[in-house]
Ligand binder design. Structure first.
Ligand code: PMP
Length: 356
């Protein structure tokens, strides 16, 4: 514990550093990135990038990338704001729309950074337990009168897809702005972007960290009404997207879409295959629309540790509402899934004492 600085903001006393307990391991299935690797045109761009790209500043607000993202999502550049990961979009948007003390309401369980971003911006976080069917409890969320209502679809960690009528009602009835986090939307094939273009209080948040395999570059973007995204852009500030990231993202959007689609399809196929393999073992994985599987597993923290001892990491979520302890497993190439299943069989036999 370091000494508290007298000049530090008091509200930061309660802000933790993010610690998803990610220590090096031979097979890491904890962060839902693209386990097939990097798309080829993006990789070529990295190898051939002129040095001047790094010695000079990047573009102010990534205008060229906004154009490319706009045509990818079926919008125009004025609907797009980019950022340093979708984390940055979430953080900047909270700063743009929340006055000190404003309520940020989120369904729970959901993305673990939301309460932290709320705290970082001096906002008041209200978590509302989801319903038994893994849909948000919209009545309770709206009753909190949130300035910012956060919904995630497919949801992290459950993999559940938000019902369209719930989304539309949220946008109609929310007293402030609605954030829909679509970090995993490519795997579901479903998006709220069509709605975000028609209303002025919906910000859809996307990333190139997952389906596009570019997590290390930190490229996120928001889609919404021009007036809405301009506020986020003001709060984000200039030069936030680095020059290497912008060039590689442009290459990926221009030349790697077949690769991305092919690997999304593989992830979806292997997700279903993994779910079958888990059901064959007597487990009941939650229906997932993302590139991970969330499976109720008794003593998930112990099982996670036993997996780690075998060189495999999956993320435990102890005590999820309605389902209890779960493990969330990122989906990748089938040989990796087989390695996971072998370690899982071994680990669970060890923990439950039912060695076969
Ligand atoms: N939203 C969700 C739901 C996520 O799972 C993640 C990554 N864990 C993010 C946002 C942030 O992703 P990034 O900053 O890499 O775009």
């Amino acid at each position: 514990m370091t000494d508290r600085l007298s000049f530090a903001r008091a509200l930061y006393d309660a802000v933790p550093l993010y610690d998803p307990k990610r220590t090096p391991v031979a097979l890491d299935l904890t962060d839902n990135t693209n386990l097939w690797g990097l798309p080829p045109a993006a990789e070529r761009t990295l190898r051939e990038l002129p040095v001047a790209r790094v010695t000079r500043y990047p573009s102010l607000y990534a205008a060229e990338l906004k154009e490319a993202l706009a045509s990818f999502v079926g919008a125009s550049a004025e609907h797009i704001v980019t950022g340093c990961g979708s984390d940055d979009i979430l953080d900047s948007a909270m700063r743009a729309f929340g006055e000190p003390g404003s309520v940020v309401a989120s369904s729970e369980p959901s993305f673990a950074m939301i309460p932290i971003f709320a705290q970082m911006n001096g906002l008041q976080y209200v978590g509302v337990t989801e319903r038994r069917d893994h849909q948000p409890d919209l009545d309770a969320l709206l009753a909190a009168q949130p300035r910012i209502l956060y919904l995630c679809t497919p949801n992290n960690p459950t993999g559940a897809l938000l019902a369209r009528e719930t989304l539309e009602r949220a946008v109609r009835e929310a007293p402030g702005v609605v954030f829909v986090d679509e970090a995993y939307a490519e795997f579901s094939g479903v998006s709220a972007i069509d709605l975000a273009r028609r209303v002025n209080n919906l910000l859809v948040i996307r990333t190139m960290s997952k389906a596009f395999g570019l997590a290390g570059l930190r490229i996120g973007y928001g889609v919404g009404a021009p007036a809405l995204v301009r506020e986020v852009e003001k709060s984000r500030g200039p030069y936030k997207l680095n020059a290497v990231a912008e060039q590689m993202a442009l290459a990926a959007l221009r030349d790697d879409m077949d690769w991305v689609q092919e690997h999304v399809a593989l992830a979806v196929r292997n997700r279903e295959r993994l779910a079958v393999a888990l059901r064959d073992r007597g487990y009941a994985p939650l229906a997932s629309h993302a590139n991970y599987v969330c499976v109720p597993v008794a003593r998930a923290v112990d099982v996670g540790q036993a997996l780690r001892a075998r060189g495999v990491a999956a993320r435990p979520f102890p005590g999820l509402p309605h389902v209890g302890d779960t493990l969330r497993i990122s989906v990748g190439p089938w040989d990796l899934m087989q390695r996971f299943l072998e370690a899982f069989d071994d680990a669970t036999a060890d923990i439950y004492g039912t060695a076969s």
